[in-house]
Ligand binder design. Structure first.
Ligand code: BV8
Length: 237
């Protein structure tokens, strides 16, 4: 098996589940409590901004009381140790909008669906770090307009930094998907892009996902156990 040098990791809500952050499609998940069309589309925001702002205010507050779990910590260890090897690189592409990868210490993190802890001004387009509620329409730190929205990619909106993601995939020797149902595109298509590029693919998930058939290997179990074991195995090689 040829040497692994460049790794792209994709994470989804399952990597934050053991930190107590709701997933979307598991039992009791966010999409059972709210209809996507009501809270996670531009139309929903235009139609009922208060409902959408309250939905994100609640989640933004919730993540600030949560802590990274062993899966985040193992990926942060990989982020520290793997690129130290000559010619090795790592990119953690996350679909998650929480900051638990960063709080665990990971640096190479790309939030393709945006971040809870940022507000995006629809007047001046500046994105500002943000931890407070938006329901009271606070002024934009850059321009003062009361026009802030969550800096989160809604359905029908273009995910962030797609070019950077595809460039990383083209250089990769290994693509690892952790804690995602493979339900949402374009993220759900990365495994197929990887296969087309001849890249080895590994899935770590609690249960089989919609993409499992596309992976060379699927390991089933909680991320808090599977990820530290996989990182240990990789770094021991
Ligand atoms: C776009 C931010 C194009 C908001 C999110 C028909 C066919 C194909 C595609 C489409 C279609 N109709 C529409 C589309 C496009 C659409 C899409 O894919 N829809 C799907 C539903 C069919 N996609 C989009 O709209 C995307 N944009 O395509 O733009 C475009 C082109 C040109 C110009 C403009 C635009 C944008 C998608 C982003 C939407 N925003 N989130 C927010 O967070 O509120 S998506 C949301 O779901 C999350 O961000 C996450 O990214 C995504 C997937 O969820 P998962 O992370 O996988 O979570 P889930 O709960 O589903 O699964 C958790 C998994 O973890 C499970 O498998 C579970 O078993 C596992 N698990 C649980 N516990 C553990 C665990 N694993 C390990 N350990 C555990 N302990």
């Amino acid at each position: 098996m040829e040497a692994i040098r460049n790794i792209v990791v994709l994470t989804g809500a399952g990597v934050s589940a053991e930190s107590g952050i709701d997933t979307f499609r598991s039992a009791g998940g966010l999409w059972e409590q709210h209809r996507v069309e009501d809270v996670a589309t531009p139309d929903a925001f235009a139609r009922d901004p208060d409902l959408v702002l309250r939905f994100y205010d609640m989640r933004r507050a919730a993540i600030q009381e949560k802590a990274p779990n062993p899966a985040h910590e193992a990926l942060a260890r990989l982020d520290r140790e793997w690129p130290e090897k000559p010619g090795h690189d790592l990119l953690i592409v996350t679909q998650n909008v929480d900051d638990l990868h960063e709080r665990a210490g990971a640096g190479r993190v790309l939030h393709m669906h945006g971040e809870h802890l940022k507000a995006w001004c629809t007047a001046c387009s500046v994105r500002s770090p943000w931890r407070a509620p938006l329901i009271d329409r606070p002024p934009c730190p850059a321009c003062g307009a009361r026009a802030l929205r969550p800096d989160v990619v809604w359905f029908g909106e273009m995910p962030y930094e797609m070019d950077r993601i595809y460039a990383a995939l083209r250089r990769a020797d290994l693509f690892v998907s952790i804690g995602t149902s493979g339900a949402v595109y374009p993220a759900a298509g990365f495994v197929r892009d990887a296969r087309a590029l001849g890249i080895r693919t590994l899935e770590l998930n609690l249960e089989r996902s919609q993409g499992s058939a596309w992976f060379d290997e699927t390991r089933l179990g909680p991320a808090g156990k599977l990820v530290p074991a996989w990182v240990e195995e990789l770094l021991a090689d």
